[in-house]
Design a protein around this ligand. Structure first.
Ligand code: CMX
Length: 434
């Protein structure tokens, strides 16, 4: 058994009694109440999920296993010559809560390499789709097509005990995750580089190999590591994470669950916002012609978008009430690596103007930028100008957090999810009694 799997097994055995005790001794303790606004309004703020891999504070932003983003980047072992950590080390960390040693991170690197070969039929599935198919559709279909590989399905059929569900789920999740960089890069090169596919390099780590297969020089390997870690986990209430958890709760395997989560990520109010930010910004620049952007023209363009009933992509959040630290982290990367890049200057100008515009508009509860407002500019700088691909990058990252959660869902035996519905008439009845 690998070091990671042994560590995970130990953590699971330590954790299980905590969940059992909570259920046995404190099952009736209330953690909140549900209002009519929450029942109608997307369950916003209803506290009914348990996630141990990350916690999202509205003011501070995300913490992965108790650590802020800068703390994670600082603590995890780094690839030699790189500034960002091994994604594989992050997988160890998010699964166990322990910062791996260099050797432990490298063990996962080797483990993932051994699992990374993508079956040929997956490429056939992608290639069979019409050439104008969205990259997210290709990505989701590719993941789903591998469902036949599931170890969990086989073991379940053979009568696996519930206590052991986590074990083949862990195997499935490692197998799936290790293949995602190859699948993502394949979609990119097929769609946007005339099908000139670059074979994986068996010497490289998750992020390094992705950059290599994309055909982009250093430091794009670090961009990839940073992206995948930043986008990995954001508690379990967001659409993609919640979908993976929900679908997985029916004991659907991780291929079904992740594919479904990716479909949720493809919505414009969620992950697709990173594509829309760049579309909005490029359309705006095109309309300017040879004039320089100014704060005044940006303000005008933002109002035009709002007045036409559309949202400002990359701004607002269902939980956050301040600038997303994932935005700040990417901004810091730009300040260091591309401070004078014209598109970065435009993104900065939008940051200066948009919060005031949104506050004046008076609808959005959070006028500050989220992760998606900043991800496109870095990609554009390194030559990935095909913005319909950006959400696939988000998806590869999001797989890390959601799959780690799925392993823990199985380990802790969480049941099938089934909240209760009421009719509108019932809500009216409840309201009339207050
Ligand atoms: N531009 C314009 N209006 C906005 C807005 C924005 N960026 N953000 C919120 N609003 C509006 C909402 O549409 C809503 O309007 P209605 O009352 O007419 O329905 C009102 O403000 C209240 O919304 P809210 O409570 O502040 O926000 P929600 O929790 O309902 O939605 C989110 C959150 C992210 C979907 C929303 O802020 C939004 O649409 N943002 C733009 C799209 C985006 O960037 N999505 C990516 C989020 C991060 C991610 O998941 O990747």
């Amino acid at each position: 058994m690998s070091t990671l799997k042994k560590a995970l097994q130990r953590k699971i055995e330590e954790h299980r009694p905590r969940t059992t005790r909570l259920l046995k001794e404190h099952a009736d303790v209330k953690v909140g109440e549900v209002t009519i606004a929450q029942a109608i309004g997307g369950a916003r703020g209803v506290r009914c999920l348990v996630t141990d891999t990350s916690y999202l504070d509205p003011m501070e932003g995300i913490r992965f296993r108790g650590k802020t983003i800068p703390e994670v980047f600082e603590a995890l072992p780094k690839v030699p010559g790189a500034e960002y950590p091994y994604v594989e080390g992050f997988w160890h960390f998010i699964l166990t809560g322990d910062v791996p040693t260099v050797e432990q991170a490298k063990e996962v690197v080797e483990d993932f390499k051994a699992r990374s070969q993508v079956p040929k039929y997956v490429f056939d599935v992608i290639r069979a789709m019409p050439s104008d198919t969205h990259p997210m559709t290709m990505f989701s279909a590719a993941i789903l097509s591998m469902q036949r590989e599931s170890h969990f399905v086989k073991a379940y059929r053979e009568g696996l005990s519930k206590m052991d569900f986590w074990e083949p789920t862990y195997e499935d999740c490692c197998h799936l995750l290790a293949k995602l960089p190859t699948i993502g890069a394949y979609i990119y090169r097929l769609k946007f580089k005339n099908g000139d596919i670059i074979a994986p390099d068996p010497e490289l780590d998750f992020g390094g190999n992705f950059a290599h297969m994309m055909g982009i020089e250093r430091p794009y390997d670090d961009v990839a590591r940073m992206y995948f870690i930043l986008h990995s986990d954001h508690e379990s209430g967001n659409v993609s994470a919640h979908t993976v958890h929900l679908v997985g709760s029916a004991l659907s395997d991780c291929y079904y669950a992740l594919s479904a989560g990716i479909n949720g990520l493809a919505g414009p109010l969620h992950g697709l916002a990173n594509e829309n930010v760049l579309r909005w910004t490029q359309d705006f620049i095109a309309k300017l012609g040879d004039k320089d952007p100014t704060e005044d023209v940006i303000r005008e363009a933002l109002w035009t978008t709002l007045n036409s009933g559309q949202v400002i992509p990359g701004y607002g959040h269902a939980v956050l009430r301040k600038t997303d630290p994932r935005y700040t982290s990417q901004r810091e990367f730009c300040l260091k690596n591309l401070p004078d890049y014209p598109l970065f200057k435009v993104i900065n100008m939008i940051y200066k103007v948009a919060p005031d515009v949104l506050m004046e508009h008076g609808k959005a509860k959070n006028p500050w930028p989220n992760v998606d407002a900043h991800s496109g500019v870095i990609q554009w700088f390194y030559g990935v100008t095909e913005y319909s691909f950006y959400t696939v990058l988000f998806g590869i990252g999001r797989a890390i957090g959601t799959l780690a959660n799925l392993v823990w869902d199985r380990a802790l035996g969480y049941p099938i999810e089934r909240p209760k519905s009421l009719t509108t008439a019932m809500l009216e009845e409840i309201a009339s009694k207050k």
